[in-house]
Design a protein around this ligand. Structure first.
Ligand SMILES: [Mg+2]
Length: 185
């Protein structure tokens, strides 16, 4: 069946464990396990943004982040739904010039066949045929405001991967039905 839906998959917090990596780099405990609910971890640690990002200012940090155990099944599910040619990682590079190099190494090692888009402005990729899977509310919101579709990826402590996979399936199914209806008009 023809299916022109596209799926964009965030990296940090979805397929790779940035939080654990940055905690290890600072030798500090995970603030989210102590009730912190914010987005900016430097607030929890009482440090400046520059201090927070300093240990990630090298290729190795980004290249060596652990892959989450559900990452392979998430990618396989998306590939089964829309085909490899219609999925891409869509990830925001940090300020560090080493981030894109390290993330590219990571992707070449773990998902060499999957396309990748590096942008802080994910909403530029938004349209009514494209689903963004992302853990950051502000990125989801902007994507939807720009006519995109989205699935919020929950934090690891709340994750039921099967529920996320079902939501992706449901949205892709809606896109496909709408697209076929449009073609028949
Ligand atoms: Mg993320």
């Amino acid at each position: 069946m023809e299916n022109s839906a596209k799926i964009l998959i965030d990296m940090d917090g979805v397929v790779c464990d940035f939080v654990t990596a940055i905690c290890a780099a600072h030798n500090r405990p995970d603030p989210y396990k102590n009730g912190f609910v914010g987005h900016d971890m430097e607030e929890a640690w009482g440090m400046t943004r520059d201090e927070f990002w300093e240990p990630s200012n090298n290729t190795e940090f980004w290249s060596n982040i652990e892959k989450f155990p559900w990452a392979d099944s998430l990618l396989q599910h998306c590939e089964n739904l829309v085909g490899l040619e219609n999925i891409a990682f869509c990830t925001s590079p940090s300020k560090s010039p080493f981030c894109i190099i390290g993330k590219t190494e990571w992707l070449d090692r773990h998902f060499p066949k999957v396309s990748r888009i590096f942008t802080k402005q994910k909403q530029f990729c938004a349209n009514h045929m494209t689903v963004l899977v992302d853990d950051t509310d502000s990125k989801i919101q902007k994507f939807i405001e720009n006519s995109g579709l989205a699935v919020k990826f929950p934090p690891p402590c709340e994750l039921d991967i099967n529920t996320v996979l079902e939501r992706i399936t449901a949205i892709v199914t809606c896109i496909t039905i709408n697209a076929e209806g449009f073609r028949e008009m």
